[in-house]
Write a protein that binds this ligand. Structure first.
Ligand code: NAP
Length: 499
């Protein structure tokens, strides 16, 4: 029987929590070399949050050294595949058994609803580690075609030390998308989480060691992007940076790779995803998909359906349905209330940015249909209600910029050609969707929308078997699926000549 969670229960979990904020290097917690720390206000109520180590280049050096030593020693990469698999599966189990603790750490850091942290973020993190753990003893190398007197092995070998830099919107899930394949492939990792979301990364590392992952294979250095992420990306002994974050910082990461050792880079970046609704669509299904697709996680989702491109004849009725779904199903509230569906934004500065973009949009002529206002100020936290803007054109800032808040831009169209042109008129290419009952049109659109994922008559459905990532300035390289392993490996040819 599933547990009946209450607000009081979660308040007790929070009171009992003792978050560990130090780095995790070479199998143990370590304070920053300088001894420096930082704290930030809790998104849920603005009170001071836990203390976290403020890493700098010296801490990155220590972590990279530990990762390199573990890699060269072969303590992980040369282990029997079955043994490695068992350790990764145990790690996934430990994530599940510590689910409430991890969920609370995530909610404390980022302000998302505790039940979402538990039922979505913890679950998908454990599933990700398990998915790649299960692959370990099923990966084969190749024998290439040759003449009769030769044997050419094409081996898939790990790269070495992988620097992982992640954002704050889905910290545990995105960490797992990268840690799973990188570690399953035999690499060592140094993870720099976003300064806003350090706690679950640190705990994932200590659980990995508890599961049997050798010291040094997975290290975490916390701190600010410029002080911690930059030295990691510039490091001469790091073989690859796997990055998820903004397009702006992604471009810097490419530059750091070029300035240092030509390390590989994989970038999962921003989005401004179109969701196209034709007049023949099931409008109830479309309204629900639009509302959840745009407002889930307070709109702090890279592939959020932030641009609704709707046939003019059904625009008003669809907007009314979106408003009804939003108000009845997507409860905004305190993150520790079990019924809350969307919680706080990550921090005050981000909330101010979202509100400023809304104000700029209104100045440009966008009309507020509902919501998109600061609410729950009495809590001391950072809350904005989900909202929709209409009378929009695709050149307005609300339609072009990644707002990363619960704000939908609705743009009307008259013809299929116009809808497709608007959908693809963006610098991003992360995701998109089309709602129509005409399957020929659905097929045409799914092929023509230039994005890494296109949904037909649904939004945000996925599993670990499907790759995720973007085209254009949404980046390159794919997380999830069996293909994700490839980017953490290289091919090595061993040619043997006989007689
Ligand atoms: P961000 O500002 O780009 O930060 C991402 C990470 O990069 C953080 O760990 C950040 O550290 C670090 N960083 C910042 N400046 C750096 C520098 N100069 N050198 C090295 N590292 C640096 O992004 P965010 O605000 O955390 O996350 C939101 C963005 O992520 C959105 O654009 C969203 O679309 C994108 N995202 C994309 C995907 C995807 O799969 N495509 C998924 C989720 C999110 P600090 O936190 O300390 O600054």
């Amino acid at each position: 029987m599933s547990k009946a969670y209450t607000r009081d229960y979660w308040e007790e979990v929070l009171t009992a929590l003792e978050p560990e904020g130090r780095h995790f290097i070479d199998g143990e917690h370590r304070a920053a070399a300088t001894g420096e720390t930082f704290t930030r206000p809790r998104p849920m109520d603005g009170k001071p949050g836990p203390t976290v180590s403020r890493g700098r280049a010296a801490d990155i050096d220590a972590a990279v050294k530990s990762a390199r030593t573990a890699f060269e020693s072969g303590v992980w990469r040369k282990k029997e595949p079955l043994e490695k698999k068992k350790i990764m599966l145990k790690w996934a189990d430990l994530i599940r058994t510590h689910g409430e603790e991890l969920a609370m750490l995530e909610t404390l850091d980022v302000g998302k609803p505790i039940m979402a942290s538990l039922n979505v973020d913890v679950r998908l993190c454990a599933d990700g580690i398990q998915f790649y753990g299960e692959m370990i003893d099923k990966l084969y190398d190749e024998i290439a075609p040759t003449g009769p007197n030769a044997r050419a092995l094409v081996r898939k070998v790990p790269l070495g030390v992988i620097g992982v830099i992640t954002p704050w919107n889905y910290p545990m899930i995105i960490d797992a998308w990268k840690l799973g394949p990188a570690i399953a492939a035999g690499n060592s990792v140094v993870l720099k989480p976003a300064e806003q979301s350090s706690l679950t990364a640190i705990r994932l590392a200590s659980l990995a060691v508890e599961a049997g992952l050798p010291a040094g294979v997975f290290n975490v250095v916390t701190g600010y992007g410029e002080e911690t992420g930059k030295p990691l990306a510039l490091h001469m002994d790091v073989d690859m940076i796997a990055f998820t974050g903004s397009t702006e910082v992604g471009k810097l990461i490419m530059g750091y790779a070029a300035q240092s050792n030509v390390k590989r880079v994989a970038l999962e970046l921003g989005g401004k995803s179109p969701l196209v609704v034709f007049e023949d669509a099931d409008l109830d299904a479309a309204a629900s998909a639009v509302a959840w697709g745009c407002f889930y996680n307070s709109g702090e989702t890279c592939h959020a359906s932030t641009r609704l491109i709707v046939q003019r004849s059904v625009r008003d009725v669809l907007i009314a349905k979106i408003e009804a779904v939003t108000k009845s199903d997507i409860a905004l509230g305190h993150p520790l209330e079990p019924a809350t569906q969307i919680g706080a934004l990550i921090e005050e500065a981000h909330m101010d940015k979202v509100l400023a973009l809304i104000a700029a949009g209104e100045k440009e002529g966008a009309r507020r249909a509902f919501g998109a206002e600061r609410v729950m100020t009495e809590t001391g936290g950072f809350y904005v209600s989900p909202g929709v803007f209409v009378d929009m054109t695709n050149d307005m800032s609300l339609a072009r910029q990644e707002i990363f808040g619960p704000v939908l831009a609705a743009i009307a169209f008259d013809t299929e050609e116009e809808a497709l042109r608007i959908a693809n008129d963006t610098i991003y290419g992360l995701a998109g969707a089309v709602f129509t009952k005409d399957m020929d049109r659905a097929h045409r659109f799914s092929e023509a929308i230039h994005a890494g994922t296109v949904w037909i008559n649904t939004y945000d459905m996925s599993n670990f078997a499907t790759p995720f990532g973007g085209f254009k300035q949404s980046g390159f390289g794919r997380d999830r699926s069996v293909h994700a392993i490839d980017k953490y490996c290289d091919y090595k040819t061993i040619w043997q000549q006989f007689g």
